[in-house]
Unconditional design. Sequence first.
Length: 94
Amino acid sequence: MGAMQRRKGANWERAVVRWFRDAGHNAQRMAPLQAGTGSVDPDVMVTLKITTSTTKQHKLAVECKAGARIPWMKAMKQAQENTTDKAIPVVVAK
């Protein structure tokens, strides 16, 4: 993967984090922790702030995909494999 594709992906991950934060949720980009290590962390980890009668937190393990042709099945498989802490796997694409 070339530098331009990495930059494009990183920018999209940052935009997804901003979107979740603007909606009032905790979101953190995990990619700085991956840094070419072959890590199995999701691109973005989100803790949803939902007010209900219980105090249970809901987490999303988000895989961010940017491109003209998104391989949906491969992306969803990657999201499932990278899910941690009983998080719900999600693919966000543009």
